[in-house]
Each structure stands twice: as structure tokens, then as C-alpha cells.
Design a protein. Structure first.
Length: 253
């Protein structure tokens, strides 16, 4: 097992008197894909916001967030980014009036500011992963399809060469065929060595590509284990994967 790039211990998040996350523990090994699945309102995005340091002003996080062996819970989000943490938010937050290529270049701004000379070389690596972005490199981001915008958000994140890439609901609002394509790309990210923390409501797609998974329900981690084991767990099947998946599991047994 690779060493841990992220270790979360006893993470709780409160909004005023309401506690949205209760004492969560989570590990992300280097170069692996770890997913957190669960229904809407379970606290998945709250967990990501606490790890990244982007909670709303009225949110309060307690617990330990250890990234690459360093406690980062007290650091502002920009300093976490500078250390190699990157979050692709649910809203994607692209610059609609800028071209695809300009959006990608903005993803490497931190490296440019740090004086790294090869920051633009990453563009070709991103284009290898997302050939469609290369085809549309002069197009304004606002004219892209939903799937292409998600590819651009992922590509822009990779331009910064993160060590930990956190994805918040990357399948949201996408057609099923596009979801399959996006998840194939996420699975390929293992080849780059980046660790991925995938927050996702589409449990079936997430567990197919993840190495390890956590089930978050009403602020508590209800289950965790290797993704293949979770995918065959009767409770996960009944709650998240549906009847067809249960029949598949029965016939396999």
C-alpha cells in the first residue's frame, strides 16, 4: 500500500448549532482513487469544503487534516493549494468568456508565479488525456457542452500538477454516456500518480473505478472498505445500486 497523502481524523463540521459532519475518519493513499458516496444532504460536500478550507464563513471545522505528513487544518485554502491540494467544485467555475486554452493556462498560474519554466508543457499532457479539448482549444468555455466543461475543469486542475485532486460530484447534470466517459478519464488519472478523492452520488460509477470507498449517511461514515467489497455489500446494493445490481450479485454467488 502506498503511503497516505491525506489522513482525516475526527473531522466534525458545524453550522451554528447544527452539526453536519460527525467525527469522520478518512484515508487517501498516494496514487489511489478513494470515493465517498451517499445521498444528497449526507455531508459529502461539507467534508470536501473542510478538507480544502473553503467552508462558508459560518461553518466551523474541528479535527485533524494531515496532508503529506503536515497538519493543514489551520491553513487558508490558498496555502493548501500551494502545497498541491486541488478541488474541482460541483459548479466547475470556468471562465466562460475565455478560450479553452486560456482556462487551462490559468490552472498553471501558481506554477508560473513560482517561477517553474515547464508549466506550459503540462498542456500537451492534458490534451493527450482530453483530445476533445485540443480540438476546441480556441473556443470560448461558455460554448462547450456540459461534458466538455467537466473535462475542462479537470484539465485545468491537472495543469497545476496536484498531488491530491478532489472532485465534487463530477457526474452532476451529465447524460449517462458522458458520465461513462468522464469516469473513464478519472480512472486513467492513476497513471499520472495523482491521488483522487471522489465525492459522488452516482455510487455505481464511483465504486467501479475506486480502490476504496466510504458511505456517508447523515453526517456519519456508515460503512467503508475496498470498493469491490462495498459494491457487493447487500446494504449498499439495496440503498444505492438498485435491484438489478442485487440480482447480479446473487447470480455471481
Amino acid at each position: 500500500m502506498n503511503g497516505l497523502i491525506l489522513a482525516v481524523r475526527g473531522l466534525s463540521v458545524s453550522y451554528g448549532k447544527v452539526e453536519a459532519l460527525h467525527g469522520a475518519d478518512l484515508d487517501v493513499p498516494a496514487g489511489r482513487i478513494v470515493t465517498v458516496i451517499g445521498p444528497n444532504g449526507a455531508g459529502k460536500s461539507t467534508m470536501l469544503g473542510a478538507i480544502m478550507g473553503t467552508l462558508p464563513a459560518h461553518g466551523r471545522a474541528r479535527g485533524d487534516i494531515i496532508y503529506a505528513g503536515e497538519a493543514v487544518g489551520a491553513l487558508p485554502a490558498e496555502r493548501r493549494v500551494a502545497r498541491g491540494m486541488c478541488l474541482v467544485p460541483e459548479r466547475r467555475e470556468l471562465f466562460a468568456s475565455l478560450t479553452v486554452e486560456d482556462n487551462l493556462l490559468l490552472g498553471s498560474f501558481r506554477r508560473y508565479r513560482a517561477g517553474e519554466k515547464d508549466y506550459a508543457d503540462e498542456m500537451e499532457r492534458v490534451y493527450e488525456i482530453f483530445p476533445r479539448l485540443k480540438e476546441r482549444r480556441t473556443q470560448q468555455a461558455g460554448t462547450l457542452s456540459g461534458g466538455e466543461r467537466q473535462m475542462l475543469a479537470l484539465g485545468r486542475a491537472l495543469m497545476g500538477r496536484p498531488r491530491l485532486l478532489m472532485l465534487d460530484e463530477p457526474s452532476l447534470g451529465l447524460a449517462p454516456l458522458i458520465v461513462q466517459e468522464i469516469f473513464r478519464v478519472i480512472a486513467r488519472l492513476r497513471e499520472t500518480g495523482v491521488a483522487v478523492l471522489l465525492i459522488e452520488q452516482n455510487a455505481r460509477a464511483a465504486l467501479q473505478i475506486a480502490d476504496y470507498g466510504y458511505v456517508l449517511e447523515t453526517g456519519d461514515i456508515a460503512l467503508h472498505g475496498p470498493a469491490a467489497e462495498l459494491a457487493s455489500n447487500p446494504r449498499v446494493i439495496d440503498s444505492y445500486l438498485g435491484l438489478a445490481r442485487r440480482q447480479d450479485a446473487s447470480s455471481a454467488g
